[in-house]
Design a protein around this ligand. Structure first.
Ligand code: GDP
Ligand code: MG
Length: 777
């Protein structure tokens, strides 16, 4: 039988892990290996995915993936762990202020050398919290070269010549996701002076799996044992001396959220980096384990590749482990000759035969075997934690069978209500007042200085109206991110992904994409920005390209105006229809993408469900600050440039003379040129085209522009037919997102995709409008 066949509450002992390649490796790295007991906790409200308890933590899997894992049913749920009584050991004194390390071969780095640290750890282990504690607000946010994975650097507070880099949260050093590759390449190629490995003490088994791979890299390291507050509050404990002794690196118990132990951590980190104290131990394979097959295989491979690893500058033990696991990237780098490759294969085959497990599983098993020993010797796990019980209670409600989706709608509704009607709207009002006040002040000053009216026009109508208009959206974006980061840090978003996965999978996405899409109903800019947390590049691209189909709040004025003017009494019908059309188009487009440019399946849904935790206010503020500065930066660069260009086109004629009648402007001429193209969809009037072009700056300006241009003829209502109005509505819904959204897309996916979005959405809008107009007109 397979894992899929278990019902709630039943347990099975894993016999064989099917599947192949990276996904399988990912299973193994998450602790799903033969011999492990897995218990089914529940199924998502829609029946898929399933939540399992394994190695003391909660994991979600799709049923299709669970079906690949063979098990034997077993009754007893938890293996009763015999705690090994350890004899009191002297403190090994690793990383201790120079007190214990041997002076004879100490080799300190010169004082002026910058001590660079890589902060590495699992997701939800408290990395962001620790990073914020270490650096304070002095952070630099950027990207890793070539990939859109957030990179943050910052010096440690009050420590001269230090620099910490926050790496993406990862579970292993296998190249499973682009994030794991980024972390691995960073550590291997950029050679930080030391690693700070953050380990969640309440989930120690799975967290230590990464630790063991990091130790193989032979880079000075300290382990920050985080969440000790939770651990001790539930009467768990860790024998730190024993753990240091077994791991061979300093272990510092901390609570990042309460800023406890962080100073000590910094002292140890600086010490190991300065004196380049490397891990005292890397050899974790035991010759007594299962006849020692893995041990012998590993050492044989290490000897075989020693010279290659040295010349390729890859740590030997790491390289050997990766080779046995079958890592292509490392194999290519090592440049083994044919003979050596064959020998390698033979060694590995022999091991597989003796051990009775395949190569990857054998290595994963060796690591977990060691971790098991370590935990028995040094860790006193709490029986049940308060946090876990609390999480279960909350989950019964927030992701329960019947309550999950209603609760999700209520929560998102509340977020939108608070953002668009209360907090964000209030702040937006304030900011608009401020901008208006500044504008008056500036215009007054310009007038009294007798500056030319053209320049005045540029500043007033171009910059203040354009950039000011876009800027006034900032409070909304920041408020949305405030709520989002609370939802994310508390662990709720992971549940949303769990609940929604089945639905989104049908259109080739995974559960996590639901959040950006929903935010798209508010504003495309934060929606696009929030896709950063999606684990796979393919899902991220697809999600970003779909968000503009959600009717953002700036389109509402257009809808409202036309509905009132042309479809009185049927307002709600048309409005709902437009929203639905957007969603239907997104679904159709997604299905199309799935078959064409984004072939393949959504990322497998192997995800951890962390306990619900109270989000740290510092983390939330930090994120808001980042998003705000990012947006301001864009408002004053790309968006400002675009507004100036549009203002220029609107205000000058082809002889570069300032025009008062907008029908003579370059924009009118341009609009006139594209008008014939728009004639088949009923929008061939140059004034409509002008409005649509200015809608590219900000969607809400479409209506005011139309009113202004059609004023002489008694307004739009007098000129347009209902069929034209319908066509215009649909065109506005689907055509290119505004410049702020396009620059966000450009930032996430690059210029090509931004250009693609503009063109392809205009084309799509044209087609759908054409169909509508042909039917109605
Ligand atoms: P990351 O995913 O590794 O960046 O983890 P975060 O820093 O976002 O932390 C995840 C959650 O754990 C947040 O809600 C934090 O407030 C919480 N957290 C972080 N450190 C601690 C800690 O030491 N104790 C407790 N109780 N909670 C913590
Ligand atoms: Mg984080």
């Amino acid at each position: 039988m397979t894992l899929k066949d278990l019902s709630i509450g039943e347990s099975g002992i894993i016999k064989e892990v099917g599947g192949e390649g990276e996904l399988r490796q990912h299973f193994l790295d998450m602790g799903v290996i033969p011999g492990t007991v897995a218990t089914v906790i529940r199924f998502a409200p829609l029946g898929d995915p399933v939540e399992l308890r394994i190695r003391g933590y909660e994991l979600t899997l799709r049923l299709a993936d669970a079906d690949k894992i063979l098990i034997d049913k077993c009754d007893d749920k938890a293996e009763t762990e015999e705690r090994v009584k350890s004899k009191r050991k002297e403190h090994p004194g690793l990383g201790e202020e120079g007190k214990y390390h041997s002076k004879a071969d100490e080799n300190p780095l010169p004082d002026e050398e910058i001590l660079t640290f890589a902060l590495v750890g699992n997701q939800n282990s408290g990395k962001t919290t620790l990073f914020n504690q270490l650096t304070g607000s002095n952070q630099h946010v950027g990207n890793f070269p070539g990939v859109t994975v957030d990179r943050k650097d910052g010096p440690i507070r009050n420590r001269y010549n230090t620099m910490v880099t926050d790496l993406p949260g990862i579970y292993s050093m296998s190249p499973y996701s682009s994030e794991e590759l980024v972390s691995r390449d960073f550590v291997l190629n950029e050679k930080p002076k030391a690693i700070i490995n953050i380990v969640d003490a309440t989930n120690i088994e799975r967290n230590l799996y990464l630790t063991m791979q990091l130790l193989e890299l032979n880079i000075p390291m300290v382990v920050a044992l985080n969440m000790m507050d939770e651990m001790t509050a539930n009467s768990g404990s860790v024998d730190i001396n024993e753990m240091e002794y077994l791991l061979g690196v300093p272990v510092v118990p901390i609570s990042a959220a309460r800023n406890e132990g962080v100073d000590e951590l910094v002292r140890h980190a600086i010490h190991v980096a300065h004196y380049q104290e490397r891990p005292a131990r890397q050899d974790f394979c035991d010759e007594k384990d299962y006849g020692g097959a893995v041990h012998r295989c590993l050492h044989a491979v290490m000897h075989l590749i020693e010279d290659h690893a040295k010349s390729a500058d890859i740590p030997i033990r790491f390289a050997a482990n990766k080779l046995i696991e079958g890592d292509k990237l490392i194999l290519d780098k090592l440049n083994l000759d044919e003979n050596e490759q064959e020998t390698l294969e033979h060694i590995v085959l022999q091991m597989e035969k003796e051990r009775g497990l395949d190569r990857s599983a054998a290595i994963a098993d060796m690591r977990f075997e060691f971790i098991g020993k370590l935990c028995r010797a040094a860790v006193n796990k709490p029986k049940v934690s308060k946090e876990h019980l609390r999480s279960q209670k909350i989950d019964r409600f927030l992701s329960g069978k019947y309550t999950a989706i209603p609760m999700f709608i209520i929560i998102m509704g509340a977020v939108f209500f608070l953002t668009f009607n209360v907090i964000g709207a209030f702040l937006q009002g304030l900011l608009e007042k401020l901008i208006a006040w500044l504008q008056d002040l500036t215009v007054g000053a310009l007038e009294s200085l007798n500056v030319s009216s053209t320049l005045q026009g540029l500043i007033k109508d171009g910059i203040f109206e354009g950039v000011g208009g876009v800027l006034s959206f900032m409070p909304i974006i920041v408020t949305l991110f405030f709520f989002l980061s609370i939802l994310e840090d508390s662990g709720y978003i992971a549940r949303v992904a769990f609940v929604m996965d089945k639905l989104l999978r049908r259109i080739g996405l995974s559960g996590r994409s639901i959040v950006p899409m929903l935010i798209g109903f508010g504003c495309t800019v934060p929606a696009v920005m929030s896709t950063r947390t999606l684990p796979s590049e393919r899902d991220r691209k697809m999600t970003i390209l779909l968000t503009p189909f959600m009717s953002c709040s700036a389109k509402v004025p257009i809808y409202a105006f036309f509905v009132a003017a042309f479809f009185p009494g049927k307002g709600w019908l048309v409005m709902t229809g437009l929203y639905l059309l957007g969603i239907v188009m997104a679904i159709l487009v997604a299905l199309g993408f799935k078959r064409t440019i984004f072939k393949g399946e959504a990322v497998p849904f192997v995800m951890e469900l962390p306990n619900y935790r109270l989000p740290g206010i510092k983390n939330v503020l930090q994120l808001m600050w980042e998003k705000a500065t990012d947006f301001i930066h864009r408002a004053f660069t790309v968006i400002m440039l675009a507004t100036i260009v549009v203002w220029f086109l609107k205000s000058f004629d082809t002889g570069f003379n300032f025009v008062n009648d907008s029908s003579e402007s370059i924009l009118a001429i341009l609009a006139g040129a594209i008008a014939p193209l728009m004639a088949p969809v009923g929008l061939g009037d140059w004034r409509i085209c002008t409005s649509l072009i200015s809608g590219f700056m900000a969607k809400e300006s479409v209506v005011s522009m139309l009113e202004m241009l059609f004023a002489a003829e008694g307004g739009v209502k007098a000129v347009l037919t209902p069929a034209m109005a319908a066509s215009l509505l649909i065109f506005s819904l689907l055509y290119t997102p505004c410049v702020a959204a396009v620059t966000s897309i450009g930032r996430e996916l690059g210029r090509k995709w931004a250009a693609f979005t503009i063109i392809w959405q205009c084309a799509l809008a044209w087609i759908v409008s054409f169909i509508t107009y042909s039917i109605l007109g």
